[in-house]
Design a protein around this ligand. Structure first.
Ligand code: FNR
Length: 187
């Protein structure tokens, strides 16, 4: 069976982001049935409906093409002020348009949030969950993945720092693979 392609959207734009480490860890543990591919969101112009013409910004078009080629979306996000960073919201907004033709719409998805703090980005995680409802994107309910102390449980090279973390990530990914199979986008 062909692998399911998962577009991984990383919500931090800084070079040394713990969130990117987390995405690297998840990619390194992907099950055989999945192909996790990073799709960069940092250069997307802020969503502006005036730019939604026959020739929208090339960065939007490239991004939308990559989303369209994916079977599923994995949001990997830090938390800013108990919510998702603007970059993640913008990625959702750009992916959701033009109206009725959004490349992201309807794709099964999951969210992993992280923080050096204890709460693991709970607020950001649930803001993503709220937004995707409107886009008819089946969001994996369980297992949830809130990675607290991300700077300690994922090392600088993007490896889980201990067995419990590795197993947690593997279980999340296996569940997501099943979720994608069961919720493939309707044609
Ligand atoms: C933060 N940080 C943060 N952490 C948290 O757990 N809850 C929060 O609400 C916030 N709010 C917040 C706002 C802003 C504007 C910044 C810049 C930071 C701290 C944040 O978790 C920390 O900087 C992480 O290192 C950011 O993730 P990356 O960039 O390492 O992936």
């Amino acid at each position: 069976m062909p692998k399911k392609r998962v577009a991984v959207l990383v919500g931090s734009l800084r070079k040394e982001a713990f969130t990117r480490r987390l995405a690297t860890a998840l990619r390194s543990l992907q099950p055989d049935s999945l192909e996790l591919e990073l799709v960069e969101i940092g250069a997307l112009p802020l969503y502006n409906q005036d730019l939604e013409t026959d020739s929208p910004p090339p960065a939007w078009t490239e991004y939308r093409t990559r989303l369209a080629a994916a079977d599923a979306i994995l949001f990997v996000t830090p938390e800013y002020n108990r919510g998702m960073p603007a970059a993640v919201k913008n990625a959702i907004d750009v992916g959701s348009r033009p109206y009725g033709k959004g490349a992201i719409n309807g794709k099964p998805c999951a969210v992993a949030s992280s923080s050096p703090g204890a709460l693991g980005g709970f607020g950001a995680n649930h803001q993503v969950r709220q937004c995707v409802v409107f886009l008819d994107m089946p969001m994996m309910q369980m297992p949830e993945l809130y990675v607290g102390q991300v700077d300690k449980v994922v090392d600088a090279s993007g490896k889980p720092a201990n067995d419990a973390t590795r197993e947690l990530f593997q279980q999340f990914l296996l569940a997501f693979a099943g979720w994608i199979e069961r919720n493939a986008k309707r044609a």
